[in-house]
Design a protein around this ligand. Structure first.
Ligand SMILES: [Zn+2]
Length: 672
């Protein structure tokens, strides 16, 4: 063999003539010293052919220059040949400059890179001619940088053109970049899937959260409804509807197109056709109170309190009280009591000049009282007891004057301040501080509550009352219990008290409060309303308001209340139901004490003691609080708040106290 020919680079463009069939092409790496001390690797291509041709050379050139690592292996897996790129890549590290040439490349060693320990099976399978192309992808760790590389090996079964034996053409592609992208994509997909799952979970959680919130909202709404129902539906089961209410409801149903049951119509017919039906009193009040809901003594007391026709002495009492004017002469204590009351009524004569000069000057008050007076202007739960203690016995006159002045009605109506002060002082002295309940503090509280309803409860704002009626309302409030003796109408009537005689048992107390105060107002020294405001018409208006309001405070007229004037005074009179719990309780126990004192008096007179007024039995009038709230207080304040929604704080206060009593009332006294 010609060595020059052997050394000649295959791709140098040298033409060779030779056999047309290539028998063998071989490449071997050799070291060539290209310059002194500088050695490079070169490849020696050995071509054995049966007469070479240009075509063979070109084929050889393509094969050799292809960047794809290309190998040919014989049937044993030994390398027959490989192109430059393949040899360079696969032999460089093994070769080194000192290593011997031709370190073995085999079909298996293609797979035998780093992590993958020889492709025994793949190499075996490569000879299966039934398969066109065997493809294997495998990773390996690069020896160079330790990174994972990916390669694809494609193998075609073929015939060795030289030996005509079976052989394999193998190509190896670096697919690391592609694989990396694939892996990135896959990991992104995984991440995306995870995100989707999380979002789905989030959405599930949010839906669950939403459902939970919805459930909570529903339950809150139900609770609110229950509270409102509880709030506006007293537990007594007491039916407060009057025949008028029932008729109106029936007619409303008919107008709305409902077909009311015949029984309802029949019931209504019976109610209305009863000769003694009081159209303005709850149907069957007495039986309801005594049988339906309240304990018997509590029911008796409520009945006595509310029912207009209970004035006549009942049972054996008629025998005891037989005297035409007063009690039997041998009931000494009783006589004394009546005498005391009579003298009490008479003891307020005209004031002397000196007394008049001692009148308070309302503007000259201590800072504490002043602060409390300003508080009274707009506080629904004004601390009346704290205020009364701070101003030493002038609580009514000072408060009334202050409120009237602050609202501007004194100026607006040209009221005579000095005479107003005299009148107030005079009225205040007509309240007995010895009464636990019906004293000037109670009356001051009624004035304050009336003021609240007018100025903050929406009564004036709505036009339900005008400024003239406002003047009359302050007057009614300040006189509404004038010269109250601490004994109720029932006592006055059954003891044949002069007031009961004078007023024929018709609201003797209220008639007296009103008449005695009017008599005072008619005296020139107290006439604080200027003559210019006393036309016949104005006076008539004033009297209508005052008479309605003061007479309306009789509890027996409770179900007869028809006008808004009356409602205002009525609410104010029992306004302590809406006071702060401490204040309200104090009033309740003071009223109970006043009732006990009446009970003491009844016993000492030989009269039967009124229900809940006997201090020797367990509990007094406070036992009837639930009933009083249910039957009187709540319906009244509810009606007020319905007409004047600004008065809602008052109803709220009432309900708070109602629940307080509900919690504190023993089972036995709870309405059914
Ligand atoms: Zn009162």
């Amino acid at each position: 063999m010609d060595v020059r020919q052997l050394l000649m680079p295959v791709f140098s463009g040298v033409t060779l003539d030779g056999p047309s069939r290539m028998l063998r092409v071989d490449s071997k790496p050799i070291k060539v010293e290209t310059s002194p001390g500088h050695v490079e690797i070169a490849f020696l291509h050995v071509i054995e052919s049966e007469g070479s041709s240009h075509t063979d050379l070109r084929v050889a050139a393509i094969y050799d220059r292809s960047p794809i690592h290309t190998f040919m292996f014989d049937s044993e897996g030994a390398m027959l040949t490989a192109n430059q790129a393949a040899l360079l890549a696969h032999q460089r590290s093994a070769l080194g400059l000192t290593a011997s040439h031709g370190s073995a490349i085999t079909l298996r060693s293609l797979f035998d890179c780093g992590s993958y320990d020889g492709g025994q099976q793949e190499a075996q399978a490569a000879y299966d001619e039934a398969v066109d192309c065997h493809r294997h992808i495998h990773p390996h760790i690069s020896k160079k940088d330790g990174r994972t590389k990916w390669a694809m090996i494609e193998m075609w079964p073929m015939q060795d053109p030289v030996t005509a034996g079976s052989a394999v053409l193998a190509k190896k592609y670096n697919i690391s970049q592609q694989k990396e992208l694939e892996l990135q994509l896959a990991s992104q997909q995984v991440a995306l899937q995870r995100q989707n799952q999380e979002l789905e979970q989030d959405s599930v959680i949010m839906q669950e959260e939403q459902r939970k919130l919805q459930r909570e909202a529903n339950s809150l709404a139900q609770r609110l409804e229950a509270v409102l129902h509880d709030k506006f539906t007293p537990r007594s089961g007491f039916d407060a509807d009057t025949p008028i209410d029932k008729t109106l409801q029936f007619l409303q149903g008919v107008i709305a197109g409902d077909m009311p049951p015949v029984q309802t119509a029949l019931d209504l017919y019976h109610i209305l056709s009863e000769s003694d039906t009081n159209l303005r009193q709850p149907v069957g009040l007495e039986s309801q109170l005594l049988q339906h809901s309240l304990g018997s003594e509590v029911g008796q007391s409520m009945l006595q309190l509310l029912q207009g026709n209970s004035s006549a002495p009942r049972g054996g009492e008629g025998l005891i009280i037989s005297g035409p004017v007063c009690m039997l002469s041998d009931k000494r204590a009783c006589l004394e009591s009546a005498a005391a009351q009579s003298s009490g009524l008479a003891r307020h004569g005209s004031m002397t000049k000196q007394q008049q000069q001692q009148l308070f000057i309302p503007t000259n008050v201590t800072p504490d009282v002043e602060r409390r007076l300003y508080d009274a202007e707009s506080n629904w739960q004004f601390d009346i007891f704290g205020y009364a203690e701070a101003c030493h016995g002038k609580c009514l006159s000072m408060l009334t004057f202050h409120l009237m002045k602050q609202t501007g009605i004194i100026k607006e109506h040209g009221l005579d301040e000095s005479k107003l002060c005299h009148f107030l002082q005079k009225i205040e002295s007509g309240y007995d501080s010895a009464n636990p309940y019906h004293n000037s503090v109670h009356v001051a509280s009624v004035v304050q509550m009336s003021h609240m309803l007018l100025c903050h409860g929406g009564v004036l704002k709505s036009g339900a009352m005008n400024r003239q009626q406002q003047v009359a309302t302050y007057w009614s409030a300040m006189v509404h219990d004038h010269e109250h003796g601490g004994l109720n109408n029932d006592f006055l009537i059954k003891s044949r008290h002069p007031l009961a005689i004078t007023y024929n048992d018709q609201s003797p107390l209220e008639n007296h409060h009103l008449a005695s105060a009017v008599r005072l107002l008619l005296q020139p020294e107290y006439q604080y309303i200027p003559a210019s405001h006393c036309s016949a018409e104005a006076t008539a208006q004033f009297r209508i308001v005052a008479v309605n309001q003061v007479l309306g405070t009789d509890m027996k007229k409770h179900f007869d209340i028809t006008s808004r004037f009356q409602m205002v005074m009525k609410c104010a009179d029992i306004g302590h139901l809406a006071a702060a719990a401490r204040t309200h309780k104090r009033w309740a126990y003071q009223l109970e004490e006043e009732f006990f004192r009446q009970g003491d008096k009844e016993r000492s007179c030989g009269l039967s003691v009124s229900p809940l007024m006997d201090r020797s039995t367990q509990g007094g009038m406070t036992r009837s609080q639930m009933g009083f709230f249910s039957i009187v207080g709540i319906p009244l304040f509810k009606a007020m708040a319905e007409v004047f929604e600004d008065a809602q704080p008052m109803l709220d206060g009432v309900m708070a106290n109602y629940h307080h009593w509900e919690a504190a009332t023993p089972e036995a006294d709870l309405p059914a």
